[in-house]
Design a protein around this ligand. Structure first.
Ligand code: FES
Length: 361
């Protein structure tokens, strides 16, 4: 019997009964309800529970509190107990039926605040502001209280106001005034002026080019006229020149110092059994090349076609048809040897016998 859980109706009934017993004479209402009490016994258990209620103060905690108050638990206390029993399950049975369930009561009491907080969190209002702000951030709307949402909204409004103020602070400078030539009315006139100026410059440039060309042609004509006044002159060394005293030309020697400047070899050689100093012309009698003196071979050799000449100028090899030519040679007033290129002597014509073309040593 004591293990069975009492319903709220049974507990209420027991409480009313206890109230009536505690207060003495029952009221008319209680009397009216008393006939129903006999009907409780048929339930059997409730009848037993009713007498157990008075004895409850000795077993459960609430009765102790009531005893501390100096009487049986009131209806409010009983209801609170019933509600606690409903929420706490077994914890509610403890004060009524099981004395052994005594320690479970504080646990149930400790658990109930946590559940209450969870329930309060679940039932906390999620307002539209919090949902919208969370959606803007890309996150799920969290459990935001209305106060938090209002604070956020206030912050957003403050930022928007700041931005608007910053926008208002931007001052746009005025447009610069256009100069006269940039005005639409004077643009055409300006273009015409530019065109006229370009035409003028082009005309001046053409005139300058023309005058420059005319001046250049006149200068060229003047130079040609002046040059015409002076005939072409071949600058040659003098035909007469001194080569030094006879002692500078020992027997058998070919002096080449005057070859480059005067085209003459001064040779001390023997011709027809007589030792002579002669001036040989450095021109090959074949086609006019300049032969070279080969000291090792003691001959003049023409590089063009290979004509060879002895030291006295007689040809002996190659295509050269005749001996080399001699220039006139004589003693000057100072005793030196003077060569005269204006006169030439040819051996094949018997001219080498002329004393004018040699100096006997
Ligand atoms: Fe000297 Fe011909 S020119 S050999």
């Amino acid at each position: 019997m004591a293990d069975k859980k009492l319903t709220v109706a049974e507990i209420l009934a027991a409480a009313r009964k206890a109230d009536t017993q505690g207060s003495g004479a029952p009221t008319a209402k209680e009397e009216a309800s008393s006939p129903s009490e006999p009907s409780a016994p048929p339930s059997g258990e409730s009848a037993e529970a009713a007498p157990a209620a008075p004895s409850a103060p000795a077993k459960g905690t609430p009765p102790k509190k009531a005893a501390a108050g100096g009487g049986r638990p009131s209806v409010a206390e009983m209801l609170a107990m019933a509600r606690a029993g409903k929420q706490g399950g077994e914890a509610a049975e403890a004060p009524v039926a099981k004395p052994a369930a005594k320690p479970a009561v504080p646990a149930a009491k400790a658990a109930s605040p946590a559940k209450k907080e969870a329930a309060a969190a679940k039932s906390a209002p999620i307002d539209t502001q919090s949902i919208l702000s969370a959606a803007r951030k890309g996150t799920k709307p969290g459990p935001m209280t209305k106060a938090e949402a209002e604070a956020k909204a206030a912050t957003a409004v403050g930022d928007a106001a700041k931005k608007a103020k910053a926008k208002e602070a931007i001052v746009v400078p005025p447009m610069p005034v256009k100069p006269g030539y940039a005005k639409p009315g004077t643009a055409k006139a300006g273009k015409e002026q530019v065109g006229e100026r370009r035409a003028f410059l082009f005309g001046m440039s053409a005139l300058a080019v023309g005058f420059t060309a005319l001046s250049a042609s006149f200068a060229a004509w003047t130079f040609a006229s002046i040059r015409f006044m002076f005939p072409n002159i071949l600058r040659e060394p003098p035909s007469r020149f001194s080569v030094g005293t006879p002692d500078k030309f020992p027997a058998g020697q070919v002096e080449e110092r005057f070859k480059a400047q005067f085209g003459v070899w001064i040779v001390n050689t023997e011709y027809n059994g007589q030792q002579q100093i002669v001036a040989l012309r450095t021109v090959c009698t074949h086609l006019g090349c300049t032969p070279n003196w080969l000291e090792a071979e003691q001959k003049f050799k023409c590089p063009c076609h290979g004509s060879g000449f002895y030291k006295d100028g007689i040809n002996f090899e190659g295509p050269a048809p005749r001996p080399l030519e001699r220039y006139a040679i004589q003693f000057a007033s100072d005793g030196s040897i003077e060569v005269d290129k204006s006169r030439m002597f040819q051996e094949e014509m018997g001219q080498w016998n002329d004393p004018a073309c040699y100096i006997p040593v």
